[in-house]
Design a protein around this ligand. Sequence first.
Ligand code: TXA
Ligand code: MG
Length: 344
Amino acid sequence: MTKPFDTQIVPATDEHLAKAAAYLKAGEVVGMPTETVYGLAANATDPAAIRKIFIAKGRPQDNPLIVHLAQTEQMADLVREIPKAAKLLADAFWPGPLTIILPKSARIPSETTGGLDTVAIRIPAHPIARALITACGFPLAAPSANLSGSPSPTTAAHVLADMAGRIPIIIDGGASTVGVESTVVMVSDDTVKLLRPGGITVEMLKNILPSVEIDNGVLHAVAEDTVAASPGMKYKHYAPKANVLLIESSIEQFRSYLNQHAKAGDYALVFEGEEQDLPIPALTYGKKEDPDTQAKALFAALRRIDECSARTVYARCPDKEGMGLAVYNRLIRAAGFQVLSLGD
Ligand code: TXA
Ligand code: MG
C-alpha cells in the first residue's frame, strides 16, 4: 500500500514547477497538463518511479507508457534507430499530439514499455509539460492521468477526482485544448500503421506519408486470444459506469428510437442544439459539424454522465472524418462496441 498523499492542485508558477520537478527527481508521480489530456508523469528511466504510475492508475503491467521529451535530440540515446518515415512525421508534427513507436535502447527499462522491445515517444506541445521535462533533465513517462478504464482527464479537477491521495501534486494548466489523446503510430522503413487515432488526423498523416494503414483494432474489438499491436487496444477504456449505446442515425431517427425505448434514469448524449424534444435529459459533446469541438468535450461529458448516475446512455454517433475518427474510436470503446445502425 502506498503512502496516502494530501494531493494539491497548484498553478504553473516557477515555484510550483520547481516543486513538481523536485518530486519527480525524488522518484514520485506528478499530474501534468498536456495539450491532449492530463498525464501522470514519472522518470521514464527509473523502474521504481514507473511502478508507482502503474499502482496509482491500477493499470495492467503489460500496458506500456508513452515517453515524453522536450526536444527531438533527447531521443538519440532512447531508441536504436529512427526510420526515415519516423523522421518525416517527427519533423511535420512535433511538438504535438503524435506518438511514434520505435525500437527501444537499454536506457528505457522494460517496466516503462510493459516488457516490449519498442518505446512510444512523444514531444508534447504544451509549454508547461515541456518546461517540466526540461526542469527534470530526464524523459517523463506519462499515461493519461485517469484510473485505468475511466475517461481520460482534460482538467486538473478530473485528475484530482481520480488521483486524490495517490499522488502529491497536480499542475493546473487549464482545460486540455485537443481533448483526446495523441495519435499513436508504429513505423517501419516506409510503412506507417495507425494504432490509435488522436490529435493528428489520418488525413494529416497521409499528407506526409500517403501509405498510412489503419490497424484493425482502431475500429473493431480486439479478440481475447489475439496479440494486439498496441496492448491498450484490448483493455476496456473510457467507460462510464452507465451502459452506453452508440446510435448511428439521423437526429429524427434518434428521437423516435428514444421515444420507443428510453426509460426514467436514462440519458442522451447529443450534439449542441439537439437537446430539445427528447423524452430524457440530455448532455452534449460539441457541434455536429465540428469534430474538434466533440474531441474537446467528450471526456468531460462521459464524466458528467457518471455524476448523473445515468443507467443507460444513448449517444449520437460522430462522423468518422478528421478528428471524428478519434472521437468515434473513444465512443465505441465507451460503449463496449455496442453500435446500433438505424440506416436511412
Ligand atoms: O496524449 C497522450 O498520448 C497522453 C498524454 C498524457 O501524453 N498519454 C496517453 O497515454 O494517452 P496512455 O498510456 O493512456 O496511452 C498510451 C497508449 C496505450 O494504448 C498503449 O498501449 C500504447 O499507447 N503504447 C505505448 N507504448 C507502446 C508500444 N511500445 N507499442 C505499442 N503500443 C504502445
Ligand atoms: Mg489512457
